[in-house]
Design a protein around this ligand. Structure first.
Ligand SMILES: Nc1nc2c(c(=O)[nH]1)N[C@H]1C(S)=C(S)[C@@H](COP(=O)(O)O)O[C@H]1N2
Ligand SMILES: [Mo]
Length: 259
């Protein structure tokens, strides 16, 4: 991705946050001018896009959902389309019969969940629009286990603050730097946050992250980790990989990519 594209995407996001903040301003200019966050809205920076989004829309706000008539004819693949990982490829060759999602870190009951286990958990189906910072969008129908159900089964310890998704695809030649992502518990427990195992009524295809990928619908494409092998609850992601909470974040993308 080029810097210019990232900048364009970022400006779009900030524009939306500013427009939303503008709507609030119309509702109560004087009162808001007196509050302490108001001056920061005028100097919108990366941090503010998170704070403004949450202030204006609230943690429960839903991403837009669509109807079957809106589905994109095909849902393209971006980034990795087949992890260069022999263990992953062996699992894929066996139709993921041996797949087990590891859930560990700051949980009461660390465990492993087969695809059947995940399918037995409360699920959600949703038709949503995926927005990639590289300048494309697609509408797809996703079905998956609610992440809130996975976390309830595992029992989140009070000190846990983030959910980290460790993926099967190495992003460098020596295989040491896998794709990874993280979200906070607000997003993890959100109604539309699922570990998807189906796209458009079929088992999730390999190019789209088989057997399980994250859908975190209020955020941009790169947050939607594909090929999820392990879900780890942490207090801080500072000690993981580059310390910024995600593969692209470690290259300078913003951690909170909310829209
Ligand atoms: N593991 C992994 N997850 C990933 C990526 C990747 O390369 N590897 N690419 C990200 C980006 S930038 C986007 S836009 C979406 C693409 O999802 P898709 O391949 O289903 O279109 O996955 C995201 N999750
Ligand atoms: Mo993307």
């Amino acid at each position: 991705m080029t810097d210019a594209r990232i900048d364009r995407a970022r400006r779009r996001l900030l524009g939306r946050a500013a427009a939303a903040a503008g709507a609030v301003l119309l509702a109560g200019c004087d009162r808001l001018a007196a509050t302490d966050w108001f001056p920061k809205v005028l100097g919108l920076g990366e941090k503010m896009s998170e704070r403004v989004t949450k202030l204006v829309t609230g943690r429960r706000a839903m991403a837009q959902e669509f109807g079957p008539q809106d589905l994109s004819p095909t849902f393209r693949s971006n980034g990795t389309s087949m992890p260069e990982n022999p263990q992953y490829q062996a699992m894929a060759a066996a139709s993921f019969a041996d797949y087990a999602l590891v859930v560990d870190g700051l949980v009461e009951r660390p465990g492993r969940y087969s695809l059947a286990d995940l399918r037995a958990l409360p699920s959600r189906t949703q038709i949503t629009r995926h927005d990639c910072v590289e300048g494309w969008s697609a509408i797809g129908k996703w079905k998956g286990a609610r992440l809130s159900a996975v976390l309830a089964a595992a029992g989140v310890k009070p000190e846990a603050r983030y959910v980290v998704f460790h993926c099967a695809d190495p992003m460098d030649a020596d295989g040491k730097s896998p794709y990874y992502e993280s979200i906070d518990l607000d997003d993890a427990l959100h109604e539309q946050t699922i570990l998807a195992y189906e796209l458009n009524d079929h088992a999730l295809p390999v190019p789209n992250g088989a057997p399980v990928r994250l859908r975190v619908e209020r955020q941009l494409g790169y947050k939607h980790a594909k090929y999820v092998m392990r879900v780890e609850l942490v207090e801080s992601f500072a000690t993981l990989h580059g310390g910024k909470g995600g593969y692209w974040e470690d290259q300078g993308y913003q951690w909170y990519a909310g829209i």
